[in-house]
Design a protein around this ligand. Sequence first.
Ligand code: DLL
Length: 442
Amino acid sequence: MILHPKVECMNGDEKEKLQLHRLKQTVHAVYENVPFYKKAFDEKEIHPSSIHSLDDLQKLPFTVKKDLRDHYPFGLFAVPQDHLVRLHASSGTSGKPTVVGYTEGDIERWSDMVARSIAIAGGEPGNVLHNAYGYGLFTGGLGLHNGSERLGMVTVPVSGGNTERQILLIEDFKPQVICGTPSYILTIAEKMEELGIDPRATSLQYGIFGAEPWSEEMRATLEEKLAIKAMDIYGLSEVMGPGVAMECHEAQNGLHIMDDHFIAEIINPDTLEPVPDGEYGELVFTSLTKEAFPIIRYRTGDIAALDRTPCSCGRTSVRMSRVKGRIDDMIIVRGVNVFPSEIENCLFANEDIVPHYQVHIETEGFREHIELHVEMSEKLYETTNGDEAHAATELLKQTITKKIKDTCLVTLKIKVFPPKTIPRSEGKAIRVVRHAQKKMGV
Ligand code: DLL
């Protein structure tokens, strides 16, 4: 169902006109109301009146996460406090969180975009939506919640965790749509199997999964285990939250960016120069309609590519590829770059391991020791023991090493663990674990 055909199927000229009009408004608003942007524009000798075309966006300075931290908590807000109705924050791995604010109008538009997203994924008014994204400062829970209600769905605000209760509610409330991080949905499916419940026999039809990088193999695993169609939802709190882009259930081939509200660019993260469509680079977003927390050329740290070719679903928006990973999570093995999602692609088809893994990195001086932790399937564990188990583990290591070498062009040290030992996710999975630096020679 195309919720707003007028905007979702707009032709190129109309879209450009709309984007330019909104870009000019946003640039004026930040220049007048946020001293940080005024200073950054003045330093580059750019005045809002010098924006005449969408190409002029490239004259504007980038914004990075550190700018948000440096102006913690409210320094980049563009409206007085009494215009705000909501705050969200992302925890961040170190130090202070990054805080974002919303006016009533922002919440309205966000709800609309998430309602559009759920419809893009196949959800319909009257359906039941089981929302297993965490509620709280994280934008996932409330973001999906507002959009689901806006679409007219029966919204079940379960939040994350308490997996057995999630299963009870899925069985009893019979949702058609489930939302959560792909890694947590996998935890739910696994728990169902453990409890003797057939995950393929539930009422579920569509999954809206995101908030963390995942792979095509993970999609195949979730679709097969739960007998659903799994769609990718992207977003980040700095730009809005979930619903910045959503994959359609018709094509499942790239995520439709809400480009009436955001302009996406892809840049080379080293040179900061634009990268042609189809090539991977860092995603950069500029908001066009946000009031409380407008953002100009925000460097997301996420690696993806853009696609402007028409989609079979009829929507005309630019699409982004699945996010390969965050630049911070990229592993460099003897000069070759690998993302955890690329490693994931090599693991999930193997029936002797379960779809949970972690990459552990220990730094020693200038050297990094990288170890991939995988977990043996219950079946293999139970059917082998003694010398046989050792041989099975060695064979498993060889098979995985070869697959990763052939696909990702790197050789990783593999460690195979017994069943149920790799931590299960209840939210965003931790795929890369960096250990405290060892001193040389210690
Ligand atoms: O994760 C918003 C969200 C909630 C998106 C629910 C989708 C569903 P943050 O906590 O600010 O916001 O984290 C944003 O998560 O920069 C990406 O690195 C990652 N991320 C989000 N969606 C995807 C996705 C929410 N579909 C950060 N694929 C982003 C890969 C994703 N990574």
